[in-house]
Design a protein around this ligand. Structure first.
Ligand SMILES: NC(=O)c1ccc[n+]([C@@H]2O[C@H](COP(=O)([O-])OP(=O)(O)OC[C@H]3O[C@@H](n4cnc5c(N)ncnc54)[C@H](O)[C@@H]3O)[C@@H](O)[C@H]2O)c1
Ligand SMILES: O[C@H]1[C@H](O)[C@@H](O)[C@H](O)[C@@H](O)[C@H]1O
Length: 339
C-alpha cells in the first residue's frame, strides 16, 4: 500500500518534508496540500501532482488522505492535530505539539479517548544515528550509571523575530526531548542563567543562555544555547557515567590539509546536520502507518512533557534565574505510565 499524505503548511519545512516523502521515502505519496497562503499551496501541490485544498479541515476529511502532516505555524498545530485524531487518521506534527501545556493535554485526552496512539511529534534527534548509538551504550551499561550531561546547541545566527524565550521554546526543546529519551528519565527542574550577551546579536535578545536541568533520577544537565555563535551549526552532547563517558560524534566530514592547516568543515544549518535523521524519522513513520500500528516515535505525551519543561525554563529566564520545579501531570497508561 502507498500511504497518501496530506500536508498542512507548505512553508520551509513543509516543502522539505514534501520533497522527502516524494523523493526519499518509499511507500508514500503526497496527495493534498493546504496553506493559508492559497497561492503557495497551489504552487507546491502542482510540483508533486497533489491537489490544493482550501483548509486543514478539508484536507483531513479528504478521501485521498490516509495520514496528515502538520507543518504550519506552532500556534495552529493543536487544532489540526485534534481534528486529525477526531477523524481517526495518523498525524505527524512538527514540533511543538502545541504552544501551551493545556492544548497539549487536550491532544493527550483526545488520543486516550480514541484508545490508541495516532500522533507522532517531530523531534527528529531520536532518529539521529549518533544519538541512537549513545542510547545503546547507556542502555547496555557501557558507561555505568549516568551522572552528568554536558550539551551545547549553537546556531550561526537567528532572524530578528527570534526572542529570548525561543532559546527554550524553539531551540533547547530539542535537547529537552532527546535527553528524556536518552536517559529514560524525567526532567524535574529547570534554571536559566545568562552570561554577558554577545554583541553580535539583536539588542532585544539574551544570547547565549546557560540552562540547567535536573532529572528525577538525580542526573544534572548543563546546556549552552548560543544562537548567534557565528561559526556554524554545532550540536554537542556528552554523558558522563560512573565508569566512563559517551560523546555524540560530529558529522562525518573529510579532513582537508592545505596552506599549512588541517581542518574539517562545520555544518551551517539544522537541515544539513539532521538530514539523515529526518529521512529515518519519515521512513519509520510511514512504515508504522502502512502497517497500521502505533508510531514508535515521540508521542503526544512527549510533546506535552517538552512544553511543560520549556515553560519552566521560560519562567526561570523571566525570573532572572530561579530554579523552577516542573509541574507535570502523571503519565497515562497509553504512554507507558500508570495514570
Ligand atoms: N524539527 C525541526 O528541527 C524544525 C525545524 C524548522 C521548523 N520546525 C517547525 O515546523 C513548523 C513550521 O516551520 P517553518 O520554518 O516551515 O515555518 P514557515 O513559516 O516557513 O511555514 C509555515 C507555513 O504554514 C502556513 N500556515 C500557517 N498557519 C496555517 C494554517 N492554520 N493552515 C495552513 N497553513 C498554515 C504558513 O502560511 C506557512 O506557509 C514550526 O512549528 C517549526 O517550529 C521544526
Ligand atoms: O527551529 C529551529 C530548529 O528547530 C533547529 O533545529 C534549532 O537549532 C533552531 O535553534 C530552531 O530555531
Amino acid at each position: 500500500m502507498t500511504v497518501r499524505v496530506g500536508v498542512i503548511g507548505a512553508g520551509m519545512i513543509g516543502q522539505d518534508h514534501i520533497r522527502r516523502l516524494t523523493e526519499v521515502v518509499t511507500g508514500a505519496t503526497v496527495t493534498a496540500v493546504t496553506d493559508i497562503d492559497a497561492e503557495r499551496a497551489a504552487e507546491v501541490a502542482a510540483r508533486v501532482g497533489a491537489t490544493a485544498l482550501p483548509t486543514g479541515t478539508d484536507l483531513i476529511d479528504s478521501p485521498v488522505v490516509d495520514a496528515v502532516l502538520v507543518t504550519s505555524w506552532g500556534p495552529t498545530h493543536a487544532e489540526h492535530v485534534l481534528n486529525a485524531v477526531a477523524a481517526g487518521k495518523p498525524v505527524f506534527c512538527e514540533k511543538p505539539l502545541a504552544t501551551s501545556a493545556e492544548d497539549c493535554l487536550r491532544v493527550v485526552e483526545a488520543e486516550r479517548a480514541h484508545g490508541r496512539r495516532l500522533v507522532q511529534v517531530g523531534f527528529m534527534r531520536r532518529f539521529d544515528a549518533g544519538y541512537r548509538q549513545m542510547k545503546e551504550v547507556i542502555t547496555a551499561g557501557g558507561i555505568g550509571t549516568p551522572l552528568i550531561v554536558h550539551c551545547a546547541h549553537r546556531n550561526p545566527t537567528v532572524p530578528e523575530a527570534y526572542t529570548s524565550r525561543m532559546a527554550a521554546q524553539d531551540t533547547a526543546v530539542h535537547e529537552i526531548d532527546v535527553l528524556r529519551w536518552l536517559l529514560d528519565d524525567e526532567i524535574v527542574s529547570a534554571q536559566v542563567v545568562t552570561p554577558r550577551a554577545t554583541s553580535k546579536r539583536f539588542a532585544h535578545l539574551k544570547d547565549p543562555q546557560i540552562m540547567y536541568f535536573e532529572t528525577a533520577g538525580g542526573v544534572r544537565v548543563d546546556l549552552e544555547v548560543f544562537v548567534n555563535c557565528q561559526y556554524g551549526y554545532d550540536i554537542q552532547c556528552e554523558t558522563v557515567g560512573e565508569d566512563g563517558l559517551v560523546r555524540l560524534p560530529d558529522p562525518a566530514a573529510v579532513g582537508v590539509r592545505a596552506a599549512g592547516r588541517h581542518g574539517t568543515a562545520v555544518q551551517q544549518d539544522w537541515k544539513g546536520r539532521f538530514v539523515d535523521a529526518f529521512d529515518t524519522e519519515f521512513r519509520e513513520w510511514i512504515a508504522s502507518v502502512e502497517a497500521a500500528v502505533e508510531p514508535t516515535g515521540p508521542s503526544a505525551w512527549d510533546g506535552y512533557a517538552a512544553t511543560v519543561i520549556t515553560d519552566a525554563a521560560v519562567r526561570s529566564l523571566d525570573s532572572g534565574g530561579a530554579v523552577v520545579t516542573v509541574d507535570m501531570k502523571p503519565r497515562p497508561a497509553l504512554y507507558g505510565g500508570t495514570a
